[in-house]
Write a protein that binds this ligand. Sequence first.
Ligand code: NAP
Length: 239
Amino acid sequence: MKPMSRAFVAGATGYTGREVVRRLVEQGMSTVAHVRPESPRLEQWRRGFVALGASVEATAWEERAMAESLRRLQPTLIFALLGTTRARGRAARRKGGPLETYESVDYGLTMLLLRAVKSSAPAARFIYLSSIGAGSRSANPYLEARRRAEEEIRQSGVSYVIARPSFITGPGRDETRPLERIGAVVIDGALVVAGFLGARRLRERYGSTTNVILARALVRLAFDAAAVNTIVESDGLRI
Ligand SMILES: NC(=O)c1ccc[n+]([C@@H]2O[C@H](COP(=O)([O-])OP(=O)(O)OC[C@H]3O[C@@H](n4cnc5c(N)ncnc54)[C@H](OP(=O)(O)O)[C@@H]3O)[C@@H](O)[C@H]2O)c1
């Protein structure tokens, strides 16, 4: 596609991340999938991503190490697609591992990545997967972590695209996530009714999406000069 251009995907093992990697490779982009080094499935992910045509980096989530990797790779696009859930946080606590919260992962690791980009690949475009509802202050710790991350990205001087999807659902998730699935079904159902009543705009804004549709939109936006330094809400993520 573009000569000398390369994408680095953090959160590549996620439901959205793996589709972003697939889409980037399909588009002919040199693509680096980041997998955390302590992942119990590191070798499995490595084989899978290499089979797709991507390469794999297992840099530690440590600022200096991340900055060194980015300096070496010189990516032009950075996708920040990572985040935890309450269930993952509880599982990490049970295993006695490091604390995994919205603050430490969704905010903390995204900020670590942003600082590494600023120091080592400052001309890259930062594509951040946020969430609908992250645009204003909230008592919800998840949305508040996302709002603060967005604010720092906007003020960082790094060029960005911020995406705010509604529920991301569909087949092939590793975890069952019953609440998200039920949430998506209930919301979509309510929005069908709203659609009948003429509130199509509401349905476009809050209806769920799939990882495949979202990944396609994220990759399109990453290359779109008109999308630089913009925030794209869920209705703009279905095209
Ligand atoms: N799901 C939704 O309905 C929804 C809606 C709006 C916004 N979002 C946001 O969109 C993002 C992507 O969603 P998704 O459903 O694709 O996520 P996902 O499948 O849960 O993937 C999360 C990614 O974050 C990584 N990660 C989690 N904890 C980590 C840690 N402590 N250290 C390093 N990496 C860690 C995971 O790596 P491992 O595989 O190594 O654990 C994985 O690559 C999420 O951040 C989410 O908040 C989600």
